[in-house]
Design a binder for this molecule. Structure first.
Ligand SMILES: [Zn+2]
Length: 454
């Protein structure tokens, strides 16, 4: 029995679908103007893993993940690059799919684009106006939060409400500062669509409400996204959907993943610790499985700290998994302990500890099936050709990172049975004053006067 933490009730509950044969799941997708970073990847990998464990128990999971391809950030990025919006969004979307594919994330069942659903959004906005939940003001259509019979479903903000008399600067088209935009005017020359309220474009929240209803109906099973989307995005989605459809709920379970830090701090371009999926795979080519395991190494609701050391541990673990799983001779079933861990509110750290157990005991059939269930491709990374610029600077001492990288390349070469290449890396390490021994636990390397396990 699957159990999930439901943000609506703030507790772990048994997962009971509306229809046992068809689960409906919606996850907020990317705004396509930039390459996906590790935080985006964590969310995609978490919900892909949830989807896979649901698919293990239920015959059909309808997984809808939208693409936001009209947005202020997209417009300003396109202007900055001197590129038209369609080209920018198509290119960025293709990169997103490629990068997520490298991490084993399955393509969604349906991947609707916001710009293909403007009519659905306009219908929904018109319905909200007709039902008295939205009003038109200075070319905007706004959702009137005060008309929502059940506000604060995900976060109770009643104590924070600013009185209607306290106008926010520049927001004098709103009856209350909490009211949010469903439709906003666009200037001539800006992307936009004709509407009953004038030329303009939709707000972000209405996109998800309209596309979720279009593909999954007014009430569906699971709505997912990062914890940063819980408020106001999901709160507003619920308000729009329930008020437009006259339902009590939008989705029966809301599931949120925690944020990601790098070396203990929030990722930011100004701090220089901002990592895209490509940055990571450029440093460790072909190690998508290890990146996936790293992104699953903490409980999904907790913060996850990404470090190179943690990734390197998972590179070593993947190498052991591949060599044990390669001995599998018949199709097995996933380890019961691993399935149970995933069904217990997606306890991925416990599931990963089961992988360690299966490796240690050489249970290759169960390991192969378990790794597949976790979304691991088990493809050995291609061994890159020697890249001279990757070597340490002449005369300098190689740092641990460089040694670990070489040790891992050598391990990959051994797995690919390219022993000539493995030997030449061993020679390269020897030239750096590092010796290497292969133990049952994996390679162990030694610098003058010390021992390290890689
Ligand atoms: Zn959304």
């Amino acid at each position: 029995m699957m159990k999930l933490y439901n943000s609506l009730t703030r507790r772990v509950e048994p997962f009971v679908p509306l229809e046992a044969r068809r689960i409906g799941m919606y996850v907020c997708g990317p705004t396509v103007y930039d390459l996906p970073h590790l935080g985006n990847a964590r969310s995609a990998v978490v919900f892909d893993t949830l989807r896979r464990i649901l698919m293990h128990a239920f015959p059909h999971v309808d997984f809808v993940r939208n693409i936001t391809d009209v947005d202020d950030k997209i417009i300003s990025r396109a202007t900055e690059l001197g590129e038209d919006i369609a080209t920018l969004t198509a290119r960025t979307h293709a990169s997103y799919l490629e990068d997520m594919g490298a991490l084993g994330v399955l393509a969604p069942t349906t991947e609707p684009r916001a710009t293909d659903h403007i009519a659905h959004m306009q219908d929904m906005i018109a319905r909200l106006v007709a039902r008295g939940h939205a009003y038109v003001s200075q070319g905007h259509v706004l959702f009137e939060v005060a008309t929502n019979p059940s506000p604060g479903v995900l976060r109770d903000t009643s104590g924070l409400q600013v009185g209607a008399s306290q106008r926010v600067d520049g927001m004098d088209y709103k009856r209350s500062p909490a009211d949010f935009v469903l439709w906003k005017p666009a200037a001539k020359g800006e992307p936009g669509w004709e509407s009953p309220w004038g030329y303009g474009r939709p707000g972000w929240h209405i996109e998800c409400s309209a596309m979720a209803a279009e593909y999954l109906g007014p009430v569906f099973d699971i709505h997912g996204g990062g914890s940063d989307l819980e408020f106001p995005h999901h709160e507003n989605e619920i308000a729009q959907s329930t008020c437009a459809h006259g339902t009590k709920q939008m989705a029966r379970y809301f599931v949120h993943n925690g944020m990601l830090t790098v070396d203990g701090v929030k990722m930011s371009k100004s701090r220089g610790n901002f990592l895209t999926v490509r940055d990571v795979l450029r440093r460790y080519p072909g190690q998508g499985d290890a990146v996936r395991l790293t992104l699953l190494s903490a409980l999904y609701r907790h913060e996850l700290d990404f470090t190179w050391g943690r990734l390197e541990e998972n590179i070593a673990l993947m190498s052991s998994i591949r060599s044990v799983a390669a001995r599998s001779s018949s199709p097995g079933t996933p380890d019961a302990g691993l399935v149970e861990a995933l069904q217990a509110n997606l306890n991925t750290p416990l599931a990963i500890s089961r992988l360690h157990y299966l490796v240690k005991n050489g249970l290759s059939d169960a390991l192969l099936a378990s790794a597949r269930l976790l979304g691991l491709s088990l493809q050995a990374p291609a061994v890159p050709q020697a890249a001279p610029q990757d070597g340490p600077e002449a005369g300098g001492q190689p740092d641990d990172e460089e040694i670990i990288r070489l040790v891992s390349l050598r391990q990959q070469a051994r797995e690919a049975r390219d022993f000539a290449r493995a030997d030449s890396i061993r020679d390269e390490l020897a030239a750096l004053g590092v010796s290497i021994k292969d133990s049952p636990q994996g390679p162990v390397w030694k610098r003058m006067g010390g021992v390290n396990a890689a």
